[in-house]
Design a protein. Sequence first.
Length: 76
Amino acid sequence: MPIYEYHCNECSKDFECLVLGSDDAADCPECSSKNVSRIMSACGFFSKGRNGLTESSSAGSSCSGCTSTNCGSCGH
């Protein structure tokens, strides 16, 4: 079950939503609008790099505490 990022076309809030099955309908948590657009997000994961060091594939990460480009989701 993927987590998608959305942008509300009414209040301009960006948010994440867990999508269950093929139902990709999302409502804005700020204003409850159904007028939302799915946005592209950076893929982030960790893997073993050279010399055993951990590398993140998310070049656009805004903080070191997570791989999300929307730091409102992690609290940093």
